[in-house]
Design a binder for this molecule. Structure first.
Ligand SMILES: [Zn+2]
Length: 366
C-alpha cells in the first residue's frame, strides 16, 4: 500500500553537489565547456545575453547576482513562443529570414546549458539518495512510497536502479520504445511489472529521456544522461534509430509558462495527480515551495481537497547556513497554501536519508 509520497526538489540534488538555479549561468559561462568551445550553441548564448541583458558573459567579474534568474530567461523564450511573438533579432518562425527559429532554438540551448552543468557536477554522486533507497529497501518499505521528483537529474533514478539484487522494477508511468522486443539499440529496458515496482514520477522531465517528435516515441538511455551524451556532444551521430530524425530533450523548464502538451508529460502529470490523491502523507525534501511552481501547487491542492480526512505534510529542507529569515519565509509559503498543520522540521535531507523512519512510520509499526 503506497501511503507516502517522497517529493524531491532541487535542494535534495544540491546535497549531492548540484548547483541551484541561481548558480547555473555563472557556472556554465566560467566552465571549460563554454570557454574552450566556440560552437554555435556558445556563440548564440553569448549573443542572446548581450542583446537581451547587455551582459558580456565572458566578463570574468560577473557574479551569480549579475545574471537574470534562470526562470526569467526561460520565461521570456517560453512566453514569446506561446504568444507567437519575437524579440528583435530573435525571431520565432519567419519565412526566409536569417533569424527565423532563433528564439525557439535558444530555448533548447538553455535546456542544454542546464544539462551540461548538471552532467559536470554530478558524476556518480548519489550518496544520500542511495542511502535513502537502501534504508527503505532494507526495511521492505520501498514499495510503500512513491517518488515525485521535480529535478531533471537522474540521482534518484540511478539510486533505484543501482540497488544490488533489487527485486523490483522502476516505473516512470510512461511507455518507452525500449520496451519493444524489436527495439534496435543497446538500451533494452524491461516493461515494469506493475505488481512489483517502485514508482518514480518526474513531471518536469528527465535528462535520460529522448523524445522523437516525428515518431512520437520516447527512448530512455538508462544510467546515462542521453540529453548530454547524445544531443549535445554527439548530436549528428545518434539520431532516432527509426526515422533518422533529431531527438528533442523532454525537459520542462521551471517557468510560469510550462508547456505540458507533450503526451508523455501529460501522462506523468495524470499519474502523479492520481498517486498523490491516494497517499496519506507527503514528505517534501529539499523543496522550497517556489512561487513559480503553480502547477505543483495545483496538484497538491487537488490532493489535499479531493479526499475525506487530512493529508499530512512534512517539510525537510534544512541545511547549514540557512538563516532565520529564510526559514520564516519558507515556512510561511508552505503554511499559507497548505494550512498551519504542516510539520515543518529542522531536519536536513541527509538526516532524512539516514533515518527516514523518524518521519515515515513503518507500515507494520503503526
Ligand atoms: Zn523518429
Amino acid at each position: 500500500m503506497v501511503d507516502t509520497a517522497i517529493f524531491l526538489g532541487a535542494g535534495a540534488s544540491k546535497t549531492e553537489g548540484a548547483p541551484l538555479q541561481g548558480e547555473l549561468f555563472k557556472e556554465y559561462f566560467s566552465s571549460p565547456d563554454f570557454l574552450r568551445k566556440n560552437n554555435k550553441m556558445n556563440r548564440e548564448l553569448t549573443a542572446f545575453f548581450l542583446e537581451m541583458f547587455r551582459l558580456n558573459v565572458k566578463d570574468r567579474t560577473l557574479t551569480n547576482e549579475s545574471f537574470p534568474t534562470f526562470e526569467e530567461v526561460l520565461g521570456l523564450t517560453d512566453l514569446a513562443i506561446l504568444r507567437k511573438e519575437a524579440f528583435r533579432h530573435f525571431d520565432i518562425d519567419n519565412r526566409d529570414h536569417s533569424n527565423s527559429g532563433r528564439l525557439r532554438i535558444m530555448g533548447q540551448y538553455l535546456t542544454f546549458l542546464v544539462a551540461t552543468v548538471l552532467d559536470k557536477r554530478l558524476p556518480g554522486r548519489l550518496g544520500h539518495h542511495r542511502k535513502l533507497v537502501r534504508t527503505l529497501a532494507g526495511a521492505d518499505e520501498l514499495r510503500n512510497v512513491v517518488f515525485v521528483s521535480t529535478n531533471y537529474d537522474i540521482l534518484i533514478d540511478n539510486a533505484l536502479t543501482d540497488e544490488p539484487g533489487r527485486g523490483f522494477d522502476l516505473d516512470y508511468g510512461i511507455e518507452f520504445r525500449n520496451f519493444d522486443p524489436s527495439f534496435v539499440g543497446d538500451n533494452h529496458w524491461r516493461r515494469p511489472n506493475l505488481n512489483n515496482c517502485v514508482q518514480l514520477y518526474k513531471p518536469h522531465g528527465s535528462l535520460n529521456w529522448l523524445f522523437c517528435p516525428s515518431c512520437g516515441e520516447l527512448e530512455i538511455t538508462p544510467k546515462e544522461k542521453g540529453v548530454v551524451t547524445r544531443l549535445i556532444s554527439d548530436f549528428t551521430k545518434k539520431p532516432c534509430s527509426r526515422c533518422a530524425g533529431a531527438f528533442s530533450p523532454l525537459i520542462v523548464p521551471p517557468t510560469f509558462y510550462k508547456d505540458l502538451n507533450n503526451v508523455f508529460l501529460s501522462t506523468i502529470w495524470n499519474r502523479t495527480d492520481i498517486a498523490v490523491q491516494k497517499v496519506k502523507h507527503i514528505v517534501f525534501c529539499g523543496y522550497s515551495f517556489p512561487d513559480a511552481d503553480i502547477h505543483i501547487k495545483y496538484l497538491l491542492k487537488r490532493a489535499q481537497t479531493n479526499r475525506d480526512g487530512d493529508l499530512e505534510f512534512t517539510v525537510i529542507n534544512h541545511f547549514p547556513g540557512k538563516d532565520a529569515d529564510q526559514i520564516k519565509q519558507e515556512k510561511y509559503r508552505y503554511e499559507r497554501f497548505l494550512g498551519t498543520k504542516v510539520n515543518y522540521t529542522t531536519k536536513s535531507f541527509q538526516d532524512f536519508c539516514n533515518d527516514p523512519f523518524d518521519v515515515i512510520p513503518h507500515s507494520g509499526a503503526v
